[in-house]
Design a protein around this ligand. Structure first.
Ligand code: H79
Length: 412
């Protein structure tokens, strides 16, 4: 399939759900707990006896929540750095199928996604902390080789046993004792061979850039700085080190901030992959549910200004940093997302186009608008912000959005 055709759905999706869930969820101190606390492997392995979500739990609950949040795709940790698989693997006994739960959660998740028409992403960490060769490949060359072989086998299993998969989201490509250069990483994981195999099994799949090869899209982590290439920002709702369930995680981003991040991604042509860290029983904590539902409500009203938006021209909309908010663009429409409400008059600079009409999204009432050289004055707005999370003003333009550059024009 032609490259950009394959990416079309992803490029329009803009908002996805990341899920970090595994043995570490039981301890409630984040997904790095095994390494950070140097827990003896024997002890950590025993957690598998306790990883047994109730029968009543189904990954369909996550899918329904993602739908309600307005998310168009999901990415589940099929296996994080600790090596514990949520799927059946012929090359490992450390899986949810062969231990207490006796369930293939990847299968359940994939089926639930399909049932609800949700695009399916699988996260797979290449590295596995259980292999001494990961830490010191000179000292334990056989172990390193075995780990790489395991990754190839397990990726093959994931790409073979669950039908059509939309995204392969690699992680954990970094190897100690290297400078982390892409070429070096790709050579050590034999990534060319790996990804050739993946594409043979899943011709339409999108692969991220974390196996040492650029592949389909870039993955800024915990920030929304755009890439030149297709890009997706992944982010936690709470603190940066807590992707997996962290019981005491008081610093949750407010919904206003999460929506602003989503708009920031959409305005620069990127996606926002927002993470939840379910509890060991699979349930999602209230603080996360509440925020996702609030975003979903906002998207119900304002989705037109997010889904399918394109990368806006540089400095389009709000000149400089964007005093009032951010602009997204789609075709010949521009959408002004006003986060900091100015009162009854909004002054927007940096738009070259003629404006054919101005309306608050969802309303038919045209707003009085004065336009002079790159300066737009919108009058008759409500004094108080109509939407506490962000009000969208739709501008119908006479053509593709173009920036009016003030940078060399002195004040009069
Ligand atoms: O899966 C999530 C992270 O576990 C994983 N990528 C995302 C998607 C990741 N792997 N490496 N890193 C992130 C970067 C390393 C961060 C660390 Fe730390 C800083 C490791 C040690 C200090 C955060 C804080 C984790 C433990 C303490």
């Amino acid at each position: 399939m032609e490259e950009n055709k394959k990416m079309k759905w992803w490029d329009e999706a803009r908002f996805g759900m990341f899920i970090h869930w595994g043995l570490y969820s039981i301890l409630g101190r984040g997904e790095w707990v095994l390494l950070v606390e140097r827990i003896p492997l024997k002890e950590y392995t025993k957690l598998a006896d306790r990883f047994k979500p109730p029968k009543s739990f189904s990954p369909e609950k996550w899918v329904k929540l993602a739908k309600e949040a307005g998310m168009k795709y999901m990415v589940l940790t099929t296996r994080h750095h600790d090596g514990f698989c949520l799927f059946n693997s012929k090359v490992s006994d450390f899986t949810s199928v062969k231990t207490a739960a006796k369930r293939d959660f990847v299968e359940e998740y994939v089926n639930a996604c399909r049932k609800h028409n949700m695009r399916i992403g699988l996260y797979y960490s290449l590295l596995d902390w259980r292999f001494p060769g990961y830490f010191d490949r000179e000292k334990y060359p056989e172990s390193f080789k075995d780990m790489v072989e395991q990754a190839h086998q397990q990726v093959r299993e994931l790409m073979t046993n669950y039908g059509k998969i939309d995204i392969l989201w690699y992680d954990g490509g970094w190897i100690p004792g290297t400078k982390g250069e892409m070429d070096e990483i790709a050579a050590l994981w034999r990534s060319k061979e790996l990804n050739d195999m993946v594409r043979k099994l899943q011709p339409d799949i999108l692969i991220n850039n974390r196996s040492g090869l650029p592949e389909d899209f870039d993955t800024p982590e915990q920030h929304t700085t755009p890439s030149e290439r297709p890009w997706e920002s992944c982010m936690t709702i709470g603190d940066f080190c807590a992707w997996g369930y962290f019981k005491h995680n008081p610093n949750m981003k407010p919904t206003t901030q999460l929506i602003q991040n989503l708009v920031s991604c959409a305005s620069n042509g990127g996606n926002y992959l927002l993470n939840i860290g379910p509890k060991p029983d699979g349930s999602v904590r209230n603080e996360e549910v509440k925020r996702l539902k609030e975003i979903g409500k906002w998207l119900n009203k304002n989705g037109e200004a997010i889904y399918g938006t394109e990368r806006r021209p540089k400095d389009f909309g709000f000149w400089g940093a964007g005093m009032l908010g951010m602009a997204t663009v789609k075709g010949t429409n521009a959408y002004l997302h006003i986060f900091r409400w100015p009162g009854d008059t909004a002054v927007i600079t940096g738009i070259k186009n003629k404006v054919l009409s101005t309306r608050i999204l969802g309303s038919n009432r045209r707003l009085k608008t004065i336009k002079e050289d790159g300066k737009l004055i919108i009058k008759g707005l409500p004094v108080e912000p109509p939407d506490r999370y962000g009000t969208v003003i739709t501008l119908e333009l006479d053509g593709k959005p173009e920036t009016f550059d003030y940078s060399r024009i002195p004040l009069i």
